[in-house]
Write a protein that binds this ligand. Sequence first.
Ligand code: URA
Length: 267
Amino acid sequence: MIAPAADSRAVEALMAFWAEAGVDACFEDAPVDRLRPISPAAAAAKSGGAATASPLRVAATGGIADAMAEARRAAAAALDLEQLQAAIAAFQGCPLSTMGARQAVFGRGDPAGGLLVVGEGPGAEEDLKGQPFVGKAGQLLDRMLAAAGLTDRAFITNTVYWRPPGNRTPTAEEQAVCAPFLERTFELMRPKAVLTLGAAAARQVLKTDEGITRARGVWGEWRLAEGDVSAPVMPTLHPAFLLRQPQAKREVWADLLDVAARFDAAQ
Ligand code: URA
């Protein structure tokens, strides 16, 4: 049935309203807990056939633990960042990859530069272009890194690789599924220092729930449980926060100068 013109105008206006409010993806009428483990029998009943054990669909059938194990296996098999990027693109175990994201977004910059910058997760622009921090917040980040002399040193990535719907903060489970890829990035790159942007990145890298306004500016350490990789970590505020609260740029600037001084001292 074709809706009368007045109705379609009303629908368009309503959709524009929701898009403006950040709701840009629609799934079902009722919320679905996609992180709840589904037993293989239930999955088989749902699909009307025998349960398949596709390693790439683990999140749908085996829950977060299986997805993390598959991510760990895929990450460990990657011998360089290029292979890691391909492994992430092929991975379907993160619930976010089925929530409307166009593509996986991995990293940009020079991995040999020595500074690993970790943001939260891709936004709309990043989802479109396939690169992290290319929207307004990214442009501000680039300007600040350049002013601190860190542009050529930075490789920029995120805690999750698919855009969370409506640009919401990724959940701890979504970050946990992607963590093996971030840890492998850290392991392959062996950075001299790490800069985390915002609370979600600090939580993931430093395993802290301390508020970012208290945690920022204080060096921490990231040490992988297995392997001998470790690096000092500077948590700072997220550039998207700075767009809303420009007066906080002062603090981030101080943190960046601290990072730059550490590099200069190591030369
Ligand atoms: N915000 C992030 O945390 N990461 C991006 O890539 C873009 C915006």
